[in-house]
Design a protein around this ligand. Structure first.
Ligand code: COA
Ligand code: AMP
Length: 634
């Protein structure tokens, strides 16, 4: 058999016979009721996996392992250099903690289908909160700690939670982020009034509780009885996770229970090559989809040990932090974002810190979240001497669209490519008219429907937006929003977004949303935000503002104001640090701002004067302004 034959046979089968293929994979999950059909395609273009089936995701992540011989195996290792804490929980301990927390949540009147917001840093209680919701059939929505109060308020209004689970603070190197004042502000801003909050006090910043609304977490848990797992439909939502779209209103990506569990179990073994009982580390954050799938649900459903790391790749305390964690806990694989490796590379190019640690158990490095730049991948490969697997993902998809399947059949790695499609992903590159393009041609990456299990069935309370955003443009396909190329070997490279989403340090952000924040300044007449290339973060946002005639504030003041505005409205995670005042913005004759050309000028890429430009001098003005601000001019 030639290299790749095992993968290809499995992949082709998954497209030819999706129901048969996924029914077989579904045997990895314990169901309380079997499905009526594997795939419901009775309401096209919408699909549902495993209709009629029932299960509980928390049971599959914890209880069945306790019953099945893993009770004393470590389920979760908490390693927190920012607090100097290390703690391990066995499957039995984690199950017991989660069952009691579920009891405390249920005592607040939360049940199946109710929404719960989780606004917590990287501590074990965040994972417990998610699992406790899953246990009750409640739908969690985790909000990343780097978002501002206004972002939290938008999510509160959209999913209308009965309860918010919160820790008093997060810890960033050199700064304590008090979460509770952010929550209080968000609740004041939101139309939906949150009836209850469960507050976990951390000693670094104790929160003030609001009488009648806020409860002390340990007190509530101590008073509660353990709660059993509540079976839910495979098609019921497990969580909502908000992600950036093209407007200020984030998209509430819905994840189901059944298909997700099946896909995660398959991927842990076949993509990540991890066996039950092995130690796995995903250095992301529970606020991102990667954290949902591979810090919490995936490794636990698979019976592995997961590491939950509250720290950074550098500075906590040094660029050897990742090597320490891998060696100390004997992790067999790490999954992180390329930006983390760029940060390590910048501080310790020679890899001197690596020599202090024993990485003999370490087999594979997985990267995702943004384009893996070949120099960083090659550097990591040379340093670590293990396969570096770049794989492609989206919040919407819940697991990898493409990858290199280490547990199935490792294939050659091509730096810059995310290797080959996951089972069920029938990818094509489409031209502007929606016609499939030839191998090697760059176009819009789209996937023929149906998408495999684990992918999002809809957006929360927004089916029409789901249809419009993802399905309408290319009928019969899912539009990924990414552009790329598939080569003659079937390897997929993801080049860039086709919309105004940018990727800053592996975080997905909307420039349209930032423009809304800039536009809110009373002196700003017009604005544009673009993503410019950054050696460390991949991209960083850069704003251009045109001031109103008779603006009250001076240009230098307005640029400072808008930086503050984005931080207040979106949060520090947007990393919006710079704005430039210009006299006018370059536009087409129909009034469209030429953001793409501005970006090319800023990134020193070749660019052509657009034929449709209204006034060519405006682009020269932008080039001059960029040069004046330290960006390369044409
Ligand atoms: N709570 C509050 N603030 C946060 C935060 C959190 N959970 N996470 C980040 N921030 C803040 C940072 O403190 C920083 O604030 P500052 O501008 O006041 O300094 C800002 O948001 C930007 O943070 P970030 O872009 O993460 O930069 P960093 O210097 O803190 O860290 C990396 C750089 C490379 C270590 C970090 O971006 C990283 O690990 N990225 C990986 C992302 C990831 O896992 N993505 C998921 C896909 S795999
Ligand atoms: P998120 O929804 O936050 O996971 O971000 C998804 C987006 O990140 C994708 O649409 C891509 O633009 C980008 N992305 C994720 N993984 C990769 C990858 N391996 N290579 C290139 N881009 C990626």
């Amino acid at each position: 058999m030639a290299l790749g034959d095992t993968y290809r046979a499995l992949y082709e089968r998954s497209l030819r016979d999706p129901s048969g293929f996924w029914a077989e994979q579904a045997e990895a999950i314990e169901w309380t009721r079997r499905w009526d059909r594997v795939l419901d395609d009775s309401r096209l273009p919408f699909y549902r996996w495993f209709p009629g089936a029932e299960l509980n995701t928390c049971h599959n992540a914890l209880d069945r392992h306790v019953a099945g011989g893993r009770a004393e195996q470590t389920a979760l290792i908490y390693d927190s250099p920012v607090t100097g804490t290390k703690r391990a929980y066995s499957y039995r301990q984690l199950r017991d903690e989660v069952a009691r927390l579920a009891g405390a949540i249920a005592a607040q009147g939360v049940g199946r289908g109710d929404r719960v917001i989780v606004y917590m840093p990287m501590i074990p209680e965040a994972a417990m909160a998610m699992l406790a919701c899953a246990r009750l059939g409640a739908v969690h929505s985790v909000v990343f700690g780097g978002f501002a109060a206004a972002e939290l308020a938008t999510r509160i209004d959209d999913c209308q939670p009965k309860l918010v689970l919160i820790a008093s603070c997060g810890i960033e190197p050199g700064r304590i982020v008090a979460y509770k004042p952010l929550l209080d502000e968000a609740i004041a801003l939101a139309r939906h009034k949150v009836p209850r909050c469960l507050v976990l006090q951390r000693p670094q910043a104790e929160a003030t509780l609001v009488a009648g609304r806020d409860l002390d977490w340990p007190t509530a848990v101590a008073a509660a009885a353990p709660h059993d797992c509540v079976p839910v439909k495979a098609t019921d939502p497990l969580y909502i996770l908000y992600t950036s779209g093209t407007t200020g209103q984030p998209k509430g990506v819905v994840r189901d229970n059944g298909g997700y569990a099946v896909a995660l179990a398959w991927s842990m073994k076949n993509l990540y090559g991890v066996e039950p009982g092995e130690i796995w580390w995903c250095a992301s954050d529970v606020g991102w989809v990667v954290g949902h799938s591979y810090i919490v649900y995936g490794p636990l459903i698979h019976g592995a040990t997961t590491i939950l790391y509250e720290g950074k790749p550098v500075g906590t305390p040094d660029a050897g932090a990742f090597w320490r964690v891998i060696s100390e806990h004997k992790a067999v694989a790490l999954f992180t974002a390329p930006t983390a490796f760029r940060a390590i590379k910048k501080e310790d190019f020679e890899g001197k810190l690596l020599s202090r640690y024993d990485l003999s158990k370490f087999r594979t490095l997985f990267l995702a979240g943004e384009r893996g730049d070949p120099p960083t991948i090659e550097w990591a490969q040379k340093l670590l001497g293990v396969p570096i697997v770049d794989h492609w993902w989206q919040t919407e998809t819940g697991w990898a669209i493409c990858g290199n399947f280490q547990g199935l059949e490792p294939m050659p790695v091509k730096p810059g490519s995310t290797s080959v499609p996951s089972p069920g992903w029938h990818l094509e590159v489409l031209d502007e008219a929606g016609k499939p393009m030839k191998a090697g041609e760059v176009g819009a990456l789209a996937a023929r429907l149906p998408l495999p299990p684990g992918t999002f069935p809809t957006l929360w309370n927004a089916e029409e937006r789901f249809h419009q955003s993802y399905l309408a443009e290319y009928p019969g396909y899912y539009k990924t929003g990414d552009a790329g190329v598939i080569d003659t070997d079937g390897y997929v490279s993801v080049m860039t977004r086709v919309d105004d989403v940018i990727n800053v340090a592996g975080h997905r952000l909307s420039t349209g949303q930032m423009e809304e924040a800039l536009g809110a300044h009373p002196d700003v007449a017009e604005c544009a935000v673009i993503g410019v290339a950054d050696e460390l973060k991949g991209q960083v946002p850069l704003g251009f503002v045109v001031l109103k005639t008779g603006a009250a504030r001076a240009p230098g003041e307005v640029t400072g104001d808008v930086v503050k505005l984005v931080r207040e409205r979106i949060g520090p995670v947007a990393f919006f640090k710079m704005a430039i005042v210009v006299a006018r913005l370059p536009k087409t004759r129909s009034g469209k701002i030429l953001r793409g050309t501005m970006q090319k000028i800023a990134d020193r890429q070749p660019w052509k004067m657009p034929a449709t430009i209204d006034d060519p001098a405006t682009l020269d003005e932008i080039a001059t302004a960029l040069a004046g601000a330290g960006f390369p001019s044409k």
